[in-house]
Design a protein around this ligand. Structure first.
Ligand code: SF4
Ligand code: SF4
Length: 308
């Protein structure tokens, strides 16, 4: 609970977080007010935008996480993700120094790009895995244990690096396992698979990488004319499970960008924004494929389960 005290002690009530967040604005609160509003725990999109404007470096996401722990919700998400039905732990090689960790949404929204990545990794005798990193479980407020199957893979295959296709997986798995976690962009750069994008592009930053932009460090070298155009949008609407109780806010976020061309590096952002825009996922774009987001989630998830 120290973080709540940190907000209580350090917030100077300047109002910048409220001005920059449609959730805080809706309830006319700042983060110091938020710490006392357990009833709003699940209304925060955990998008990190407040931290990027707060002079005291405070973040509503951490407030939300602590409030949710007091009264967890959505147990079905915990069950579905703990026993992820579309899990595919490809067990081809005895050893695999690098493991392509596709996550759960990326292979379901980008099946062809996923297949291509599996082929590339396979050509170097590296395995892949389709699984949930359990970040969504953390958003329910229930305790999250580390993945026993991932721990076993790391041990059995002597995996040194988990290579993530999803920014949420990257930030969530980091520093929790006995293997380094790197982004697919770093890996593709190391092996020289990136086709640079030299024209100007507008990037939508996924929530998990918005504030510290660790993954983006590699991306920006290969798309040097990038613009940060969509700063007024909190999130793609899917962050922090908040769309369940704040569906209007979530829909407003999705429709806040229309008739535009967006580059992003989160499959869920791609899916949501593709409703009104042309969206490019940077993994697919850098591979020269530029696959369009595929909305047959369940069909693709089942195919992913049997991908080899
Ligand atoms: S921006 Fe930071 S200091 Fe200002 S009101 Fe919000 S939490 Fe407090
Ligand atoms: S994390 Fe996002 S939704 Fe939550 S308070 Fe901060 S800006 Fe608002």
């Amino acid at each position: 609970m120290d973080y709540l005290k940190n907000v209580e002690d350090n917030c100077i009530e300047c109002g910048l977080c409220t001005k920059n967040c449609t959730f805080l604005e809706k309830y006319s609160i700042n983060l110091k007010d938020f710490i006392k509003r357990e009833d709003l725990a699940f209304s925060c999109f955990e998008c990190n935008k407040c931290q990027s404007v707060c002079p005291k470096d405070l973040n509503g996401k951490y407030v939300s996480e602590l409030l949710r722990k007091k009264n967890p919700k959505y147990k079905f998400i915990k069950i579905t993700k703990d026993f992820y039905p579309y899990r595919n732990l490809a067990r081809k090689n005895k050893y695999s120094k690098d493991l392509l960790y596709l996550g759960c949404n990326f292979p379901a929204f980008y099946p062809e790009t996923s297949r291509k990545l599996v082929e590339i990794f396979s050509s170097k005798d590296f395995d892949f895995s389709i699984d949930c990193c359990r970040k969504p479980v953390a958003s329910t407020g229930f305790d999250v244990t580390t993945s026993k199957s991932l721990e076993k893979q790391i041990r059995d295959k002597d995996i040194k690096r988990i290579v993530t296709a999803c920014p949420n997986c990257y930030h969530f798995l980091k520093n929790k396992y006995m293997a380094d976690v790197i982004s697919i962009f770093q890996w593709l750069e190391e092996y020289d698979y990136i086709n640079d994008i030299n024209e100007p592009i507008n990037i939508f930053f996924p929530c998990s990488d918005r504030y510290n932009r660790e993954i983006f460090e590699v991306i920006k070298k290969h798309a040097p004319k990038w613009n940060d155009k969509f700063t007024s949008t909190n999130c793609c609407g899917a962050g922090g499970l908040a769309s369940k109780c704040e569906s209007k806010l979530a829909n407003d976020m999705i429709s806040s960008i229309k008739d535009d061309e967006i580059y992003t590096y989160c499959a869920t952002c791609s899916m949501n924004f593709s409703k009104y825009n042309k969206v490019h996922h940077l993994i697919s774009a850098f591979l020269g494929m530029d696959e369009e987001v595929n909305n047959n989630f369940f069909k693709n998830a089942v195919k992913g389960k049997f991908l080899s």
